[in-house]
Unconditional design. Structure first.
Length: 372
């Protein structure tokens, strides 16, 4: 069951892999009808990740649950004609081709407008529809590198790429936000939109604060392990425990730091929170303390202390956590697979389990639309 916030909106999604399909799933979760159009060979994600007995990737099924999948050859005349029919009756076109590909297939901006003047076209690409890198290939790690997402992440001696892929998910969210804003404008004016969203710039959009600090030479500059939020502060770090696991401490406000220091019997640390960054000596002392006990022991000691502490949990522990279970967004389903519902509650309710993806032909889809 989906929410009904976007009931009546139709989305045709040409995207593949993760960014576009994740954006499409968010729209589907909110109530839009999403038709995912794939080439004859299918989305490459069908073959990536753990396989189910039917040969399809469990990842592919997860990210496309709730959608209708349609196979069309857009290089052939019959495929182009069918695609034109779909576009005539849809609200949103989402695609992640390299810039210029849709035009080569015969669907430039003028053709799209002729087919549907109210169409919202979201073109999601690696580096955007213009600029010297517009045609360059890439994946999450490359977009993070140019967008500034890796410069300050990791250890002093090396950068570290995040997982799950940050740019992929950030660009999906950026696409959804832009699409929904375009829908609101269309309700006022009747005007469609052409949206140019890039994975790299979805990461770049997060960099104003660290970049400003870097240019000013502040302690929060882009130096791994030396800034306030990337490892230079003793009160905001990950620490290894005696059993080779990790805990997180985010005691930025003095009241949280003071509460932590009192709880661990180190009142002498309370006045040291303002020491210059990087707080190398204080970090070493706190690290030595955390290394004396297992993660579970620290969790027990600090469970009722208001100091912004949380153990770093493994996936099975996250799923079993009382708070995660109470909110009801993460659940294990047949497969076994882990289904994560839409990331929030609507009218006090979590999204129910998504329906499996279904594969239809274009006539079946158009018939459903006509009967809706």
């Amino acid at each position: 069951m989906t929410f009904d916030l976007l009931a009546g909106l139709r989305v045709v999604d040409l995207s593949q892999w993760l960014p576009g399909p994740f954006a499409g799933q968010i729209l589907s979760d909110l109530g839009a009808q999403v038709v995912k159009v794939e080439p004859p060979a299918g989305d490459p994600l069908r073959r990536l990740g753990p396989r189910d007995p039917d040969g399809l990737s469990a990842w592919y099924k997860q990210i496309n649950a709730g959608k209708t999948v349609l196979c069309l050859d857009l290089k052939a005349r019959h495929g182009q004609d069918a695609f034109s029919e779909l576009l005539s009756g849809t609200d949103i076109l989402l695609e992640s081709y390299r810039p210029g590909t849709l035009e080569k297939l015969g669907f430039d901006a003028r053709r799209l407008t002729d087919l549907n003047r109210r169409l919202i076209h979201c073109a999601l690409s690696g580096y955007g529809q213009s600029g010297p890198l517009r045609l360059a290939g890439g994946h999450d790690i490359n977009y993070m590198a140019l967008g500034g997402g890796l410069a300050s992440s990791g250890l002093p001696q090396e950068s570290v790429a995040a997982y799950p892929p940050t740019a992929d998910h950030a660009s999906a969210l950026q696409s959804v936000v832009s699409i929904l804003a375009a829908v609101i404008r269309r309700e006022r004016t009747g005007q469609g939109a052409q949206l140019d969203i890039s994975l790299m710039e979805s990461v770049l959009a997060w960099q104003a604060l660290p970049f400003t600090s870097a240019l000013r030479g502040d302690a929060e500059a882009l130096v791994r392990g030396e800034g306030l939020l990337n490892g230079g502060a003793a009160f905001y770090r990950l620490y290894r425990t005696a059993d080779a696991r990790f805990v997180s401490l985010g005691a930025i406000e003095p009241k949280f730091w003071d509460a932590f220091c009192r709880a661990v019997g180190r009142d002498d640390w309370t006045g040291r929170q303002a020491e210059p960054l990087p707080q190398t000596e204080l970090i070493a002392e706190v690290a030595a303390l955390f290394a004396t006990r297992a993660q579970a022991d620290w969790s027990t000691l600090l469970a009722d202390i208001d100091c912004c502490f949380m153990p770093v949990l493994e996936p099975s522990e996250v799923l079993a956590h009382p708070h995660v279970r109470a909110r009801g967004l993460a659940r294990t389903v047949e497969g076994p697979n882990v289904e994560i519902a839409f990331g929030g509650l609507v009218d006090g309710q979590a999204q129910q389990s998504r329906t499996p993806l279904r594969e239809l032909d274009v006539d079946q889809i158009l018939t459903e639309w006509a009967e809706a």
